[in-house]
Design a binder for this molecule. Structure first.
Ligand code: SDX
Length: 429
């Protein structure tokens, strides 16, 4: 932006506010002193025009369909790297060299087990409890076990807590899956890589050896990378707000999991697959597209649209490729759900309503088809999103805690309720 200041006028009075330049993307108008100077608040309920923080971690260009993690494009990270390398990048800011990467993998591997008493939390749930409900509970409970890594003022404890979260989420998620289907828990194995270990914990049974399919493990790893971080989305903002009060990292991640669960956010992958299965056949698509366009119908096409991407979600493209790779590896031909998804995408992308509102498929549109093909039940889809997003939440939490200007988040409001009035005795009401 040419000027380095923005002027606001209310009536006869005006005030100047500094404009700060982004390294890439929109600049910001620093209005931190606006209330003090003008006595007025800004009003932006969905934060559609509000930057809540300064960050070096992830950048999204919604118009160009670009997603960068510390400057590296998501398609390169997903295709050429792996999830733990992306975790290192998000946490430390640089890609690891061989020695750094190996040491990081080793450290994560050494934290994959959970305290044996964690098992008892699972048995308190009904078997048909939604796995996301279980994850909200057991992740928050981690703070009851790791007192040695909840002093957030200690850099070393912050890093141990970060590693513990990244390492233990797959174990807790797999336990939620096993508990839900009534099978025994499977312990993590130190000889398996992150994605293979997760598939093993989810699908191995005591009665026979489980051989991890390398193509499927690679697909799982890619899916984790695609979901790792995404700027200040709803769940990341929840983690930051919870962390701004000084809450311990395990409690903050549990808050992020709760927010991610919503169907407008991470719950969309489960909702999108349920929608595709409800549509069932290609001939029923027009009926659902009509409903999605009807203002009086709350139905929306799950997996379509995005607050930031007004172009194709770059993750959705890679997700679609991964879907085809997995279905081919499993010899699944003519998957009716995939057929409906691809026809729905074709119709939506040519429909005036979707074009005008810039509604494109997002990452949740294809992920469900892939995850179902990998063998996961639909209610585990958002849990997998949470496993992957944990590194993003933790990296953003760390960045906030380490920001010397950090203070507790406490938004204000536009009050439109009753003004002061005297108490009225019940006999007069
Ligand atoms: C994720 O923020 C992130 O980065 C999230 C995420 C991440 O990695 O963290 O990318 C992950 O959450 C992806 C989004 C998953 N959610 C869904 O797929 C659910 C379906 N999508 C919508 O609910 C919606 O598109 C949102 C919630 C994703 C975005 O909502 P916005 O930005 O608030 O946009 P909006 O609701 O104001 O919609 C703009 C218009 C509206 O019409 P008008 O009021 O202008 O007439 O588009 C319409 C909406 O009705 N619209 C849709 C639609 N999404 C928006 N119409 C039909 N189907 C849809 N899916």
């Amino acid at each position: 932006m040419a000027n380095d200041k923005a002027t606001l006028s209310i009536g006869e009075k005006s005030w100047d506010f500094s404009v700060r330049q982004a390294s890439v993307g929109p600049d910001i108008i620093d209005i931190a002193s606006l209330y003090k100077e003008t006595g007025a608040f800004t009003f932006d309920p969905g934060f559609t025009s509000t930057a809540s923080c300064e960050s070096d971690i992830t950048f999204i260009d919604g118009d160009e369909g670009v997603l960068l993690h510390r400057g590296y494009a998501i398609d390169e990270l997903a295709d050429k790297g792996d999830f733990l390398e992306t975790c290192y990048l998000l946490l430390y800011g640089e890609l690891p060299n061989k020695a750094e990467g190996d040491a990081f993998r080793e450290r994560v591997t050494m934290h994959t087990m959970v305290h044996e008493q964690m098992n008892k939390f699972y048995t308190g749930f009904r078997r048909d409890a939604h796995p996301m409900a279980i994850m909200c509970g057991v992740v928050g409970a981690l703070s009851a076990f790791y007192h040695d890594s909840t002093d957030i003022s200690d850099e070393n404890q912050r890093m141990i807590a970060s590693l513990r979260m990244i390492a233990k989420m797959p174990t807790l998620a797999a336990m939620a899956h096993k508990y839900h289907i009534g099978q025994p828990f499977v312990y993590p194995r130190n000889d398996l890589d992150y994605a293979s270990n997760f598939l093993h914990m989810c699908f191995a049974v005591p009665t026979e050896d489980y051989k991890v399919n390398p193509v499927l493990a690679r697909a799982m790893d890619k899916i984790f990378t695609l979901h790792a971080d995404h700027e200040q989305n709803a769940s990341t903002s929840t983690v930051r707000l919870a962390g701004s009060s000084g809450a311990n990292p395990f409690a903050c991640i549990a808050a992020g999991i709760a927010c991610l669960w919503g169907p407008a956010h991470g719950g969309a992958n489960e909702a999108a697959l349920n929608m595709l299965q409800e549509i069932g056949t290609v001939d029923r698509i027009p009926e659902y597209v009509k409903r999605a366009k009807d203002k009086n119908d709350p139905f929306r096409l799950m997996g379509f649209g995005h607050r930031v991407y007004k172009n194709y979600d770059p993750r959705a493209k890679i997700m679609q490729e991964t879907t085809h790779e997995v279905l081919k590896e499993l010899g699944i031909k003519d998957d009716p759900t995939l057929e409906v998804a691809m026809e729905l995408e074709r119709i939506a992308l040519t429909d005036e309503y979707f074009i005008e509102k810039k509604l494109y498929p997002n990452i949740d549109f294809y992920s469900g088809i892939t995850l179902r093909a990998l063998g996961f039940p639909t209610n585990m889809f958002t849990v997998l999103f949470a496993v992957a997003r944990t590194v993003g939440w933790i990296a953003q939490w760390k960045e906030m805690i380490e920001d010397p200007k950090q203070k507790i988040g406490r938004p204000r409001q536009l009050y439109t309720g009753p003004t002061s009035r005297p108490y009225m005795d019940v006999s007069k009401r």
